[in-house]
Design a protein around this ligand. Structure first.
Ligand SMILES: [Zn+2]
Length: 363
């Protein structure tokens, strides 16, 4: 039976904020939740000198988790999707030598995910969001049906709980320790960047999005695999999932990804303004325009902070969306209006509402 996941007491949390520490819990057989609390450095930087349009921002605190069940869930989702994509044709037993009985249990789980979940988007499908949140809360419980105590009694459809519990010993024996190690390494890689630049980024992002930085800690589930994009965010509650093994999410890009995902929690004023301008003009709402604006905005803010801070050496940081070629097809048109009408707002020479209105009217 697992011990309840230890929680930080308020006094301890304040101390962690004060010392800008990272707390990594793990190693104990009964409680392997991996939590790193990453308050940003308190030093004032150039961003802090800009006139604040919003209330002062508390240092951003990300709470990182490397949980067994949510990692199992996302691994099964990835294998199920790969099975449907003949171009990938991933061997579901890749790198692992499974006994016959293990193969059978594992196949049942991958089959179930292929039939029920592989075609769904985990960022927007309510069933998958609920499943992901429940499995995240299960952390490293030995089981998820409540046999070991109420903390591990997750609100899951019975069939799903049984499938996952049957697959769990196979995952634990063959993949989990490697995935958990990758999650911890990813977190330790991004931690110094968050401590160094997090406060500046949070202040500037809250200012440009004209929104408050999320109150409290931003929960980040670090998983070996996530969705097709390698990271996604769900709201109410705000929770970020980031894939530690995704090559797109490494180095300084990890910092941008983290703040891009957190920016999903700040993007409502942009979404609202786009909808309002479309209604005024009787135009259809450009699909994902808000998301392109968020990719561009957070990418530029991270780029400026890293470049001004000398973090990138002689080179310049290239934002994720530019580097990964996201601005193609419909998004190439979005990039055109963003650079023409939104960039002046970021530069301080245009008004937020005017910039949105001009983008919408030009599409
Ligand atoms: Zn996004």
């Amino acid at each position: 039976m697992n011990s309840p996941r230890p929680r930080l007491q308020p006094a301890l949390f304040a101390m962690l904020l004060l010392y800008s520490s990272i707390l990594v819990r793990g190693g104990a057989a009964t409680a392997q939740a991996h939590e790193a609390f990453l308050p940003a450095a308190a030093a004032a930087r150039s961003w802090a000198d800009k006139p604040a349009m919003q209330e002062p921002v508390s240092p951003p605190v990300f709470e990182f988790h490397s949980g067994f069940w949510t990692n199992l869930h996302h691994f099964l989702y990835k294998l199920a999707r790969d099975r449907k994509d003949s171009s990938k044709a991933t061997d579901p037993f890749a790198g692992a030598k499974l006994a016959v009985v293990e193969q059978r249990e594992w196949n049942v789980a991958v089959d179930y995910y292929a039939v029920n979940y592989a075609d769904l988007d985990p960022a927007i499908n309510v069933d998958l969001i609920n499943l992901k949140n429940e499995l995240g809360d299960a952390e490293n419980c030995a089981e998820i049906s409540g046999r070991s105590g109420p903390r591990c009694a997750m609100a899951l459809p019975k069939e799903v709980a049984q499938i996952l519990e049957s697959a769990a010993p196979v995952y634990r024996a063959h993949w989990w320790s490697e995935h958990d190690r990758a999650n911890r390494q990813w977190t330790e890689q991004v931690a110094p960047l968050v401590r160094q630049w997090g406060k500046d980024l949070a202040e500037e992002l809250a200012r440009v999005y004209q929104a408050k930085w999320p109150a409290g800690k931003v929960r980040v589930d670090v998983t070996a695999y996530a969705d097709w994009a390698g990271a996604y965010t769900t709201l109410d509650p705000l929770r970020v999932t980031i894939a530690s093994l995704d090559p797109r999410n490494q180095g300084q890009a990890a910092l941008e990804l983290l703040f891009h995902e957190a920016s999903h929690g700040l993007a409502e004023p942009i979404q609202t303004a786009i909808v309002r301008e479309c209604r005024i003009r009787g135009k259809p709402i450009p699909r994902d325009l808000w998301h392109a604006v968020v990719f561009y905005t957070t990418g530029e803010v991270v780029k400026d902070v890293l470049n001004e801070g000398g973090e990138t050496g002689s080179g310049a940081y290239t934002p994720y969306a530019m580097r990964e070629g996201l601005y193609t097809h419909r998004w190439s048109n979005y990039l055109r209006v963003i650079q023409k009408y939104w960039q002046p707002y970021l530069d301080g020479s245009a008004d937020f509402g005017d910039a949105i209105a001009r983008m919408v009217s030009s599409l």
